[in-house]
Design a protein around this ligand. Structure first.
Ligand code: SAH
Ligand code: SF4
Length: 340
């Protein structure tokens, strides 16, 4: 039984079905694994009175977060590569912020969405990650790198909605109180705009979970050029899905917009974007393009980025300029996959 793929209730149900034990032991094991990174069942106090059970359990349990193969650092940002059981590699990035560390996790090895500006997309999809491979990235950040994690963003490799069920299962485990206890409102799922995923997430009504959408252009032709997914789900379809999405009263969507010189950074682009956003509640992150081989465009200069941001702000859009961190170690947005 793969412990990193189970909620506490699921572990309790497994204990009952297999061993006739219940939540007392399940809670103790869960606490040791998720709070201390310790799987030494024989030394957990709650198991002291039932050594035969502990020994049987020991043989049945798998704890397989994947092996951290290497780490790359830029200032205090850490990119780490995890080797999976079949030899594939994935990348995660730890972004420290004064006691509020954010972990950027991968949901797939590769990605099949094929966005032109994205390193991960260039290699195509190798395979989906399992629940424990997703949760394992948090486990390794916590117990191999030794960092507490407050925020999770699904902005690493892959399209989370192309691996929907495992991503949702992983989120349920990450938020488990007796486990990592990460607040749902501190988790962001970022999508290139897979409408069926947005609809399905809406139906789950996971109050507080944050939804980010990589928009990158409010013009269908430009967006389809950049992101093939737009050919199947046009901007209007995407907007309708967002309008039907059950946000909390004060909730908003996060829109990500990569600024690309001469492609989506004009005043007309800003006007179209503001029109598209209206009346959705949106916080827009403006991200300068990170260079990727084979995509012959550049990021705009600071002044152009400032002008674009001001134009949007002038049209009532809540906009935040993001300076991509981690470029020197290829840990910036869209640069994951080079080492894999
Ligand atoms: N597949 C999901 C999540 C992973 S991509 C998605 O597309 O949203 C995470 C973010 O990296 C996205 O917002 C994407 O737009 C951004 N990104 C990809 N390539 C980039 C690049 N070359 N420069 C800057 N950001 C990039
Ligand atoms: Fe996949 Fe996101 Fe990269 Fe597009 S931007 S190829 S959806 S990881």
């Amino acid at each position: 039984m793969d412990i990193l793929a189970l909620t506490l209730d699921e572990l309790g149900a497994f204990f009952t079905a297999e061993f006739g034990k219940g939540m007392f032991h399940a809670s103790a094991l869960y606490r040791e694994i998720y709070k201390a990174g310790n799987r030494d069942i024989l030394n957990i106090p709650e198991f002291a009175a039932s050594p035969a059970f502990a020994e049987k359990l020991e043989k049945r349990l798998i704890l397989a977060p994947g092996q951290v193969l290497s780490t790359f650092r830029e200032k205090n940002l850490v990119k780490f590569i995890t080797g999976l059981s079949d030899g594939l590699k994935i990348e995660s990035v730890l972004i420290p912020m004064a006691g509020r560390n954010t972990l950027c996790v991968s949901s797939q090895a590769g990605c099949r969405m094929g966005c032109r500006f994205c390193e991960t997309g260039r290699a195509g999809l190798k395979r989906n990650l399992s629940v424990s491979e997703i949760v394992g990235q948090v486990f390794n950040a916590r117990f191999v790198l030794g960092e507490k994690i407050r925020n999770i963003v699904f902005m690493g490799m892959g399209e989370p909605f192309d691996n929907f069920d495992p991503v949702i299962a992983a989120i349920r485990i990450m938020t488990e109180q007796k486990g990592f206890d990460i607040a749902l409102r501190h988790i962001t799922v970022s999508t290139a705009g897979l409408v069926r995923g947005i609809d399905a997430l809406g139906r789950l009504n996971m109050k507080g979970l944050r939804l980010a959408v990589s928009v990158n252009s409010a013009d269908d032709a430009t967006r389809s050029f950049l992101m093939p997914v737009n050919r199947a789900h046009s901007l209007q379809t995407l907007k309708t899905a967002l309008q039907n999405f059950p946000l909390t009263r004060r909730g908003c969507f996060l829109f990500e917009y990569i600024l690309i010189k001469g492609l989506n950074d004009s005043e007309t682009d800003a006007i179209k974007l503001a029109e598209y956003i209206h009346p959705l509640p949106v916080r827009l992150n403006l991200i300068p393009l990170n260079a990727v081989a084979g995509f012959n465009y550049e990021s705009p200069c600071d002044d152009d980025m400032q002008n674009f941001a001001e134009s949007l702000a002038g049209q009532g859009v809540f906009v935040v300029k993001r300076w991509s961190k981690g470029r020197s170690v290829s840990a910036g947005c869209g640069q994951l996959g080079l080492e894999c």
